[in-house]
Design a binder for this molecule. Structure first.
Ligand code: FAD
Length: 426
């Protein structure tokens, strides 16, 4: 990609069709004014909201403008418990008010549609452009609908849900499960790795199975995994399926979806089709659309300098969370996005103060999974910067998995969630 220092009147524009380089219009706004400079952040999820809060905590002379279309934050972690009927949408929803009132983050409720690197502005769907000195981009994931041709239309997407961005689809999928007669089959199709939240689909199968066991005992879960085996906490999930959901969950590895027959309620596979009363299809994923100009790997993910979180494609733009090309064995998780948000905030503040960033950053990850209403398991890892090749490497001997599913871990899971919500938004 052409460097912006060499380009004139070029900008980065996102549209429904994708993102492209093109000529700027002539919109103008006042230059950034605050004493410490201004950081614009696209996306108020786990990465972006955390970065917004921590920049303000580290240097309150820096103005932070957080651009996010949603009125409230709805958490993907714990959203599978809503499908199981053990939590409500309200339980996984947090307002953005503390970020604004306690930390002085300016929240702009809008969608970023384009990034103008020459003018240093983010363009919005509705409001005036937002000027910045530095930009952080944390839009999460978007779906590669082209991998499932019949799912391209809005109508198909309103019938066969993913519920992989928590919010209205979570509530809608729960309603579909409630409306399904006892004896029906719920089919969950998951893509090849990498995708958002490695253990998430397996946890979802457990949660839906827990609901069926209690309320619709003749119903079944079929989990179609495009991967050759369970990608996270395999032995622990398999034990949960055998001990808790024997005869309810059927796990089928090497079952990659090639399309969906929406009217026929059928997932089409490379070999054979699977019909269900409720389909839940997770397409392959890539960086959120607005991050498309910064994609450097496999047409999907954005590589960064791990010391500054600066894009390898464009200077002055920092990228976080699920949009990243991760380090080896680094999951796309909320714990990671939250940790990256803090590390990025510290690096951005250092750069804006003319200081060097931390030259030895470390990130930790813990992913809990609820396998019933009370029992949980976890996997943990530590990732440290390696100055040799600039990668974040897992620290040998660090982390690991639970010895067995148990209720203590179940209590830890809820505490983890409350803690990360407070850390991200409180
Ligand atoms: C069912 C499920 C369960 C999960 N469970 C866990 C778990 O137990 N533990 C764990 O650690 N992780 C879990 N995850 C993963 C976790 O949710 C993600 O890794 C995390 O949300 C990534 O953070 P992010 O900031 O990159 O993206 P997000 O949190 O998705 O935030 C992206 C934000 O950007 C906004 N946005 C996008 N485009 C634009 C734009 N153009 N303009 C303005 N705003 C925009 C979106 O509205 C959104 O608010 C789970 C995920 C799922 C789906």
């Amino acid at each position: 990609m052409e460097r912006f220092s060499n380009s004139r009147r070029r900008f980065l524009e996102a549209s429904a069709a994708g993102v492209a380089l093109g000529l700027t219009g002539c919109a103008s706004t006042p230059p950034p004014g605050p004493k410490g400079g201004r950081v614009a952040i696209i996306g108020g999820g786990y990465g972006g909201a955390t970065a917004a809060k921590y920049i303000r905590m580290l240097d309150s002379s820096i103005e932070v403008v957080l651009i996010e279309p949603n009125e409230v934050f709805v958490s993907c972690p714990m959203s599978n418990m809503v499908l199981g009927g053990f939590l409500t949408m309200n339980d996984i929803t947090t307002p953005y008010t503390a970020l604004a009132q306690r930390h002085g983050v300016r929240i702009v409720r809008d969608m970023a549609t384009a990034i103008d690197m020459e003018k240093k502005q983010v363009r919005l769907a509705k409001g005036d452009p937002v000027a910045f000195d530095r930009l952080i981009v944390s839009p999460g994931i978007d779906f590669m609908w082209e991998a499932l041709p019949a799912m391209g239309s809005a109508e198909a997407q309103s019938q066969v849900l993913h519920a992989w961005k928590a919010g209205p689809q979570t509530a809608a999928l729960r309603r579909q499960l409630e409306a399904m007669p006892d004896g029906g089959t719920y089919v969950l199709s998951m893509p090849e790795a990498p995708y958002r939240c490695p253990p998430g689909p397996y946890e979802r199968a457990c949660q839906v199975a827990a609901y069926f066991k209690a309320r619709k005992p003749r119903s079944k879960v079929i989990l179609l995994d495009a991967n050759p085996d369970v990608t996270s906490k395999g032995p622990l999930f398999k034990k949960a399926w055998a001990d808790l959901y024997k005869g309810i969950i059927e796990y089928r590895p090497n079952s990659k979806a090639t399309d969906v027959d929406v009217r026929g309620s059928t997932v089409k596979l490379e070999f054979g089709d699977v019909r269900g009363a409720v389909l839940n299809v997770l397409p392959p994923m890539k960086a959120g659309a607005i991050a498309a100009p910064f994609i450097t790997a496999n047409n999907r993910w954005c590589a960064i300098d791990w010391l500054t979180y600066e894009s390898k494609a464009v200077k002055g733009v920092h990228i976080l969370g699920d949009s990243l090309l991760p380090g080896p064995l680094m999951p796309k998780s909320a714990t990671m996005a939250n940790g990256q948000g803090k590390a990025c905030a510290a690096a951005v503040v250092a750069l804006m103060q003319g200081q060097p960033p931390n030259n030895s950053p470390t990130l930790v990850n813990t992913c809990y999974s609820m396998v019933s209403d009370k029992l949980a398991i976890h996997v943990a890892s530590v990732h440290k910067y390696d100055g040799g090749d600039g990668q974040m490497k897992t620290v040998p001997g660090s982390g690991g998995v639970s010895a067995a599913m148990n209720e203590t871990e179940g209590a830890y899971t809820m505490n983890w969630a409350r803690n990360i919500w407070a850390d991200t938004l409180g």
